[in-house]
Design a protein around this ligand. Structure first.
Ligand code: NAP
Length: 279
């Protein structure tokens, strides 16, 4: 029986630690504050923004919400970012992606001050991570590192395979695993014989966005399997990139979807907001 890596429980524990640190900061007269910007009516984005607001409230971080209409221009959004960059009350800025098509996401990401880049998407933050001296940690990969710790498996010296090479998950994930002295392979849609590559992994992280794609024949016996995917199955039910029913009997530890990686991502955003005040 595989160990189920319960993201909700780990997130609750980390949030209690964050709340205690927020209390200490408040006692010193510092009041952590996150500005959350949502443009348009994307229903999934609304849910994420709401969860971020709730997360802030849970740990005592103040959140400011900016809801802009779908037709907001790039210039208008950039000028809001400038205003938040200059606002001493605001420690962290998060602009929820995706943005409407008239706005360049890259331009917006690059306009956020690296000092307030709690999502860790700015090229400066990526560069700091790449050179081994990150200030903020990328939220989803940092949450995954906590879950791997929970598995009891030491990363150092292990063979790690990350499937997916996005800027948000795959690439920074590989950096964190390498930083923890894992031997890391990044696989993607052009990888030949993905099954054989995945089967070498002591730690397998899957972030491809394909429902139940990874089955037992991709997984080494006893491996730690982290499922980042947030997909819908044929019945419209939320599921991951890993076929849990087939993989769970083979692996040593596995994250469920929902309740695995998801709850950790926002928790790490809260941790970055705290870090923005502490440093
Ligand atoms: P993305 O930007 O779409 O990237 C997907 C990656 O998967 C690409 O690198 C792609 O390869 C690779 N890929 C696609 N099909 C593949 C295949 N058949 N074999 C091997 N590699 C394949 O996705 P993302 O933003 O990283 O997100 C991935 C998944 O994680 C999605 O389901 C997303 O919803 C979820 N997610 C969850 C959280 C969370 O907090 N739980 C956070 C972020 C994302 P190429 O580069 O070659 O195209």
């Amino acid at each position: 029986m595989a160990k189920i890596l319960d993201g909700k429980a780990v997130a609750a524990r980390v949030r209690r630690e964050i709340a205690a640190d927020v209390e200490k900061l408040k006692a010193q007269g510092k009041n952590p504050c996150l500005a959350v910007v949502l443009v348009g009516e994307n229903p999934a984005s609304k849910v994420y923004v709401n969860n971020k607001k709730k997360g802030c409230a849970e740990v005592g971080i103040k959140s400011l919400e900016y809801l802009l209409p779908e037709e907001t221009t790039e210039e208008e959004l950039l000028s809001l970012v400038d205003k938040l960059n200059a606002d001493d009350e605001v420690n962290g800025i998060l602009v929820q992606l995706p943005l409407p098509k008239q706005i360049s996401e890259q331009k917006v990401i690059e306009r956020i001050s690296p000092e307030k880049d709690v999502d860790c998407f700015h090229p400066y933050s990526a560069g700091k991570l790449f050179t081994g001296s990150p200030r903020f940690l990328p939220c989803t990969p940092a949450g995954i590192m906590e879950l791997i710790r929970e598995s009891g498996v030491e990363v150092a010296g292990k063979t790690c395979v990350v499937v997916g090479r996005s800027n948000i998950v795959g690439k920074p994930m590989a950096m964190l695993l390498m930083g923890a002295n894992g031997t890391v392979t990044i696989a993607h849609s052009r990888t030949q014989d993905l099954k054989a590559v995945c089967k070498t992994a002591d730690i397998l992280v899957v972030a491809i966005g394909k429902a139940k794609f990874i089955t037992a024949d991709y997984v080494k016996e006893g491996a730690v399997v982290i499922d980042v995917g947030m997909d819908r199955d044929e019945n419209g039910k939320l599921c991951g990139d890993v076929d849990f029913a087939s993989v769970e009997p083979v692996c040593g530890a596995i994250t469920p979807v929902p309740g695995g990686v998801g709850p950790m991502t926002i928790t790490m955003l809260l941790k970055n907001t705290l870090r923005a005040v502490q440093d």
